[in-house]
Ligand binder design. Sequence first.
Ligand SMILES: [Ca+2]
Ligand SMILES: [Ca+2]
Length: 585
Amino acid sequence: MKLLLIFILTISAFATNAQKPGEQSIRMNQLGFYPNAPKMAIVVTKDSADAGFTIVSANNNKVVYSGKLSALEHSSNSSLQTRSADFSKFKTPGKYFVAVKGVANSYPFTISKNVNYVAAVASLKGYYYQRVSMPLYEKYAGKWARPAGHPDTSVLVHASAATTERPEGTVISCPGGWYDAGDYNKYVVNSGITMGTLLSAYEDFSGYFDTLKTNIPEEGNGVPDILNEVIYNLRWMLTMQDPNDGGVYNKCTNAAFDGMVMPGVTKLPRYVVQKGTGATLDFAAVTAQAARILKKFSAQLPGLADSCEKAALAAWQWALKNPNVRYDQNAINKQFSPKITTGGYGDFRFVDEGCWAAAELFATTKDGQYLYELRKYINDPMTLPNWGNVYGLGIYTLLRNSKTLDLSSPETEMLKKKVLSFASAYVEAIPSNAFKTVMGKSKADFNWGSNSNAANQGIALINAYLISKDKKYLDAALTNLDYILGRNATGFCFLTGVGTKSTMNPHHRQSVADGIVEPVPGLLAGGPNPGRQDGCKYEFLEPETCYLDESCSYASNEIAINWNAPMVYLANAIEALQGNFTQRR
Ligand SMILES: [Ca+2]
Ligand SMILES: [Ca+2]
């Protein structure tokens, strides 16, 4: 009886320390840390007695550093309590783990100059696995090799998109591009922010990306691999413009979502559906930006930059004539058949798309008519970009190109201030966050695709750093990369194939259907989302813990091109700025 009592007391003592969720109580970037950047682990615990923490060499179990934990803190985004272990002063490269009395040792981690390189490259390579119309060979795709998916060479013009020149049922060809997410359709609006973010990553860090290789078929063709990847989707996007009027179809899609099968297995008809103002302005922005960047590679890509610029100008003209054509799928389905029930991306407000398109067109052409348009929006407040709000992309582009643009100097200063004060609010929020990250500044951060909020906050901070060279912004951006790679309330690293405990069962048709245990690598899961729109059975329900690593969970565990893109930007920007990027293969 006494023995049993001791046993029960022991169990409960452990239970108070190792509180749920997640079995590993020490949370950190599962890859590790840069020698000269901040280093922090968060202990999820209710224990307020301070026995300190140690950093232990993984090779010989010797203690190499010891420190004190912070006081116990209550998270404002869940019922979790935490204490933080700051070992920024320890800078010796090597392999270690964190030890805290009463909880399991942390996963092993590394301190090295290129510690996030694996995540940076994997997130970019993730796009290769989403390619629609070409086979993925083992040489590039490893065990995830597969035949080509949808050819999309015989796509039907849907009744909603019919014109005199292209009546309903006209067959057009829209091959290539990336599958948007866990499904097998292609949406221009979501490609818009994705492409803008990837092109901006290149524009901001071209020296870094010029030598970055991702083992894709185009490698070695004289064009950086990030641009090779982007061009695969760009060539598809160009087919989505009606050459007769410059308008752009919203999507290339099945009528309904496929089942959980491999890509291209189903042979159901594919459609291009209604043109819209959002899709057309996003298209104008992407093609204008691509034209500017690809001019440098006109020897390798003859004519492509010129085609992009022409396409951008035609799209802009269509949008001027059609400033408010919404994509309202319910309304379309009342009027036309077949009904289209795939992703809507139904944005109803196009001021931000107008600003972004005008900014890209102005930066590329230097034509004053776009500056005239821009000045209508330039004083609007800064907002965090998402697929339906791309205002910030325009602001970043104006600042990035400000030296060559005919903005007044008060305008440039105002834009700088706008981004700096936006980013400063993120920096100021870190101390009161129990996980010491920017992500989680408010409960509203945890919505559908919350990990893309973390990554986009990181981009805002990187832009602030590029403007000011103030390291506090760079260090704050790193907290969100650390968040995505493991320093969070769920204990997961959200990038597939990276880290010790990462997402294993994303809502991703290929990963479900391929018969391979490990998910397709380099894909970012959506992340905690208390909205739980999928109706799956979640174990944890609070804002920062509401994540389910099951393929059922499209509300917290789908992947999407517009979530991977800010991850590519953030991880590679951090590598370029914190790492030693001259050491490349
Ligand atoms: Ca919008
Ligand atoms: Ca699988």
